[in-house]
Design a protein around this ligand. Sequence first.
Ligand SMILES: Cc1ncc(COP(=O)(O)O)c(C=O)c1O
Length: 400
Amino acid sequence: MKLYSDYRVLPSLRLVDMPPYAFGQLDELKMEVAAEGKELIDLSLGSPDRPTHPTVLKALYDGMQKLRNQQYPIFSGLPAFKERICEWFSARFGVTLDPATHVLPLIGSKEGIGHLAFAYIQEGDITITPSPYYPVHMRATTLSGGQVYELPLKPENQYVGDLDAIPEDVLIRAKIMILSYPHNPTGASVNKAYLKKAVDLCKRYNIILLNDLAYSEIWFDEHKSSSILEVEGAMDVAIEFHTFSKTYNMAGMRLGFACGNPEIIHTLYKLKTNLDYGVCMGIQEAGIAALNLGDDYREEIRLEYQKRRDYLVPRLRNIGFKPMNPKGAMYVWVPINVTSLEFATKLLKETGVSVVPGVTFGANGEGHIRIAMVQDVPALERACDGIEAFCKSHPLALQV
Ligand SMILES: Cc1ncc(COP(=O)(O)O)c(C=O)c1O
């Protein structure tokens, strides 16, 4: 007699082989901590703690009253939203974009980055990605049947990938090269000369340059971030991804956009028409309201993260850790002396402070934890008190 299990349909091997999305790994433990009545200070996910601005929420509400917005969206995006993106882009980066051909709204930038790999990667093609990596930078290529070349980010290079170290046979087989600075998880940043070098390399080897600029507006000190499209010739090879999740505290609404080379944008659009219906138009109207919040709003958000960094990094150094001072993004990348899952699990159990084990960002992330600055300074102070007490009872955890 055949058993039920004999009829089980297995998922594709690519999916079976994929390790679980590790951000969820500590979820149960977090619930236990909360159930014990302990304060949970969650510095794990890069999900901003502040509320979406009321003007943006009102635009969403008003937008959804319109019958047209209750129906399927326009596949290629709301023209008014795309026009507003182009205005902002020109003011911020000095780059002129054509709303009809250079811009595509996305259901969050993660969606677009994932779909770009599905649109281009065939069996055996290579994507080059800085490593440790934001997981979709590896996972989308692997799920598409491609291979990932991990360009290691080392502390001696301030966690910036050495483009000269990529072997020529990898460049020849590569279809996509990912850049993503300000960088998650390391907080590294690059200058325009680096971007220019990457563009030249991609042009020479006919590679798509995917610039994930999720943290374009969260930069610190003098490290103001640039768009890849500011570089001469970038429009020939580059597509850049932006998100409303971080600066505008809109992670729950799922809104982002891609911009750049019209052919690559069109290919991504073509793939998406096969799989989704584009972005809810009420949310795109909320996106217009977000961009209209203006430079003062964006500066306030940026300075809040900088204030958090300016508390957190010296305090961690005082405890005995040796993190790099991040130049942008929302994270502090902390070297530790034990395995990262063990550190994160014990820290959460014993203190209620939740951080992400570095191995979540690939093997090159092992030996680190990532602390997301998604709580205000008083909460960070309490978290550091917990971390300090933890290090006193586990002195080996500290990197010496
Ligand atoms: C580098 C990077 N890219 C993209 C994303 C995803 O952003 P979105 O919310 O637009 O999907 C994140 C989220 O943490 C990120 O860190």
